[in-house]
Design a protein around this ligand. Structure first.
Ligand code: ADP
Ligand code: MG
Length: 285
């Protein structure tokens, strides 16, 4: 279940500045023969026998047409859901073997989520939004605020600590959401179409931020339908009809060829939260 990229990364003990990665590091996430079927009027097999592993410090993009199983994959990787068949290990733990409460704890400890629709609390100012995950980690108020302010500075919003989401542009909101995802210092950052609701320039700035986080040793899994966004990752996993169609190593790709093959096969505008504030994101950063 481990491909060449993972083996390489796992054999390096200097991946990332902030995180130590032992030579025989376990994958942050390991999916083995995972099938996910949604029961309903008609059962839908959203994922079929998928095996994929994310090495510590790796940066992976997932592409595929609408309905190919990308969000289902992210939900399983982030322990928001459990597989119908096969095993999902998050930080070595089989998520299906955990109680609901333990799964939530594992998620809070290990995973930071970034959604297309930002999902910020409208009544909370930026620093409170970012500090929110720390409330559940039992971090005291003063330290929460200090850490949240640090993170907001890191994403370039040190001068917007007291602003509510409605007082921020789309790009600024997404940066608040990224800071919030990082609050609990998660090993893994999951992003579902993080640039889907921002303009091209803002999207580029958000991708620069992900590149910095990758440099700092974070493990990133990013879903996108835009090829030029996916190319920021080390590899691109292509999904179709719930199966992995192929895994492309971006670092090996001919940059000329890659930039010419713009991917226009997917126009899914909605993330898992349904794109509720899709119209207010097109602001300047
Ligand atoms: P993508 O993110 O690639 O657009 P999804 O993972 O959201 O794809 O969906 C994969 C398939 O599973 C689709 O056919 C979708 O309709 C179906 N699906 C997703 N979520 C559910 C659900 N909660 N209940 C039933 N079917 C679902
Ligand atoms: Mg989706």
């Amino acid at each position: 279940m481990t491909d060449a990229t993972d083996t390489e990364a796992a054999g390096t003990d200097s991946v990332g500045g902030g995180r130590s990665t032992p030579a025989e590091a376990e994958p942050v996430v390991d999916l083995a023969n995972v099938t996910k079927t949604y029961e309903g009027g008609v059962a839908v097999e959203a994922l079929s026998d998928v095996s994929l592993s994310l090495a510590p410090g790796s940066y992976t993009a997932v592409m595929g047409p609408s309905g190919s199983g990308k969000s289902t994959l992210l939900n399983l990787v982030g322990a928001l859901d459990t597989p119908t068949d096969g095993t999902v290990r998050l930080d070595g733990q089989d998520i299906a073997a955990l109680s609901e409460a333990d799964r939530a704890r594992a998620r809070g400890r290990t995973v930071g989520f970034v959604f297309q629709t930002f999902n910020l609390m409208p009544r909370l100012i930026a620093v409170e939004n970012v500090a929110l995950p720390l409330v559940f980690q039992g971090v005291d108020r003063g330290e929460r605020r200090e850490r949240a302010a640090d993170l907001l500075s890191r994403v370039g919003l040190g001068d917007r600590l007291d602003h509510r989401p409605s007082e921020l542009s789309g790009g600024q909101r997404q940066r608040v959401a990224i800071a919030r995802a990082l609050a609990a210092d998660p090993a893994l950052l999951l992003a579902d179409e993080p640039t889907g609701n921002v303009d091209t320039e803002t999207g580029a700035q958000i991708m620069d931020l992900f590149a910095e986080l990758h440099e700092a040793g974070n493990t990133i899994l990013l879903v996108t339908h835009e090829r030029r966004i996916a190319e920021h990752a080390e590899r691109i996993v292509h999904f179709r009809d719930g199966v992995i169609e192929g895994i492309e190593d971006v670092s090996d790709a001919d940059p000329t060829a890659a930039s010419e093959s713009a991917d226009a096969d997917d126009t899914d505008p909605t993330g898992p939260a349904g794109g509720t504030d899709a119209t207010d994101g097109a602001g300047e950063i």
